[in-house]
Design a protein around this ligand. Structure first.
Ligand code: ATP
Length: 426
């Protein structure tokens, strides 16, 4: 390459002018190349370089020359520079500024924010994570499916439903594919998964809730218990972490993240024991109450301190707590408990699931307890009257997973264009 003519395109990150010589830092998707212009070689090019605003897009043609000083190991001595798109000044957001902008400013100018290597690295890793998940599930015989996102009824409670106008009727944006993935269990497509947006009109702004998130949903039939479901959840995490470790080395480095191997099998903590553990840390919590953000965090601290476990299951959730999850199977030996589980990662729930109730009579009774109108769930219920095998599954929040994997302070960092109560653009 050295001594040859090359053409490189990219963004003008910075220009340093030292009188007779100037250095233009040209950034592309792979890194930064130094363009060195000498006044004595071409006054015209030298003046042109001095006039280009930062972040403009240029095409540089010139000789590639080995250089010990340049970061890439070479520099380009230009014979021609074309400005393809001149950036306005001032910039709405600095790309190489030492002082970081606040998240809102960054999200308002996401295209600019993404020019930072470490911000792009998050989304490369998210993509590699999804590749790892798809690869694992496909190898395990799962079929990827797509279910409707415009639906007639919600499955996760009315308070977080987004209503939309659907021709001359009202409809909703799907909170989860729950009813459809269960419906598919009556078909012979025994092991399915879907990776698609889920929509929730979350009432409060938190660092782990957004109004539109990528939900990985898995459902499998002919299971014996929730253990069969947990095995798949654990397999997904272990295998996708391995995949990221192997295929995202540069991106992990850019973010300064070292991905350790999780302790396996993931430890299991019964809900009742989890309550005791967070109480021992001083939190006031009654048996039967949701651990909540604070409880989950405290439990994460205890699991780390005592077991060095970043990933662990919380099992045996009480029926009282999961009552609104009308499709959860209660234990035959103790109906006050479900076989439901959460998978938590560093003190935050990322997965929730378990064995579903597949017996029509019991299911409809549980729906009545929740004051649900059976008529509006007829399409769902029908499948339970004509041969529904035992089955189970889970919902897995992709962004929460990436957030915890990379230690991101806010889930919004793991979404290109997040949606929340106050954000509808960009
Ligand atoms: P939480 O109690 O944390 O609000 P949830 O119990 O409502 O979550 P589920 O309905 O069980 O969550 O959904 C399964 C998974 O989907 C969660 O474990 C989480 O990873 C993800 N998830 C749910 N709601 C959101 C949201 N608003 N934003 C991002 N991810 C979410």
């Amino acid at each position: 390459m050295f001594g040859k003519e090359v053409t490189v395109g990219g963004w003008v990150q910075d220009v340093r002018n030292l009188g007779g010589i100037s250095f233009l830092q040209l950034r592309d998707s792979r890194g930064v190349i130094q363009i060195t212009t000498l006044k004595k070689r071409s006054m015209e090019l030298f003046d042109l370089v001095a006039s280009i605003p930062r972040e403009s897009v240029v095409l540089v043609t010139g000789e590639a020359k080995q250089s010990k000083e340049a970061r890439a190991g070479f520099e380009v001595l230009p014979s021609r520079i074309d400005i393809l798109n001149k950036a306005e000044t001032p910039l709405p957001l600095g790309v190489v500024d030492k002082v970081g902008a606040d998240l809102d400013t960054r999200l308002n100018n996401r295209f600019m924010d993404l020019r930072k290597e470490e911000v792009r690295a998050t989304f490369r890793i998210k993509s590699i994570t999804l590749q790892g998940i798809r690869g694992y599930l496909s190898a395990q015989g799962f079929t990827e499916v797509s279910t409707p996102k415009i639906v007639a009824a919600g499955a996760e409670g009315g308070s977080t439903l987004f209503q939309v106008r659907y021709f001359d009727r009202n409809a909703y944006l799907a909170q989860s594919p729950q009813l459809y993935k269960q419906n598919l269990m009556a078909t012979g497509l025994d092991r399915i998964f879907e990776i698609a947006p889920a929509f929730r009109a979350e009432a409060s702004d938190t660092i782990r809730h957004i109004a539109e998130f990528a939900s990985l949903d898995v459902e499998l039939a002919f299971i014996n218990s929730s253990e069969d479901v947990m095995e798949v959840a654990e397999g997904i995490v272990v295998n996708s972490l391995n995949h990221v470790r192997e295929h995202a080395k540069a991106e992990l480095k850019a973010l300064g993240v070292e991905l350790g191997e999780p302790l396996t099998p993931f430890p299991r903590v019964k809900y009742a024991d989890a309550v005791e553990m967070v109480r021992s840390k001083g939190m006031k919590l009654e048996h039967g109450e949701d651990l909540g953000t604070e409880g989950e965090k405290l439990l994460g601290d205890v699991m780390m301190a005592e077991k060095k476990a970043e990933l662990y299951f919380i099992t045996e959730f009480p029926t009282a707590l999961k009552r609104s999850t009308f499709y959860a199977k209660r234990r035959d030996d103790d109906p006050e408990l479900t076989g439901y589980f959460d998978l938590d990662y560093k003190g935050q729930e990322i997965v929730s699931g378990g064995q579903r109730e597949h017996r029509y009579d019991v299911l409809t009774e549980q729906m009545r307890e929740n004051n649900l109108s059976l008529e509006s769930f007829e399409f769902y219920l029908k499948a339970f009257r004509y041969g529904m095998p035992p089955h189970g599954g889970f919902g897995f929040g992709v962004e929460r997973y990436v957030q915890k994997m990379l230690g991101l302070p806010n889930i919004r960092e793991a979404v290109l264009y997040p949606r929340d109560r106050s954000r509808l653009t960009p």
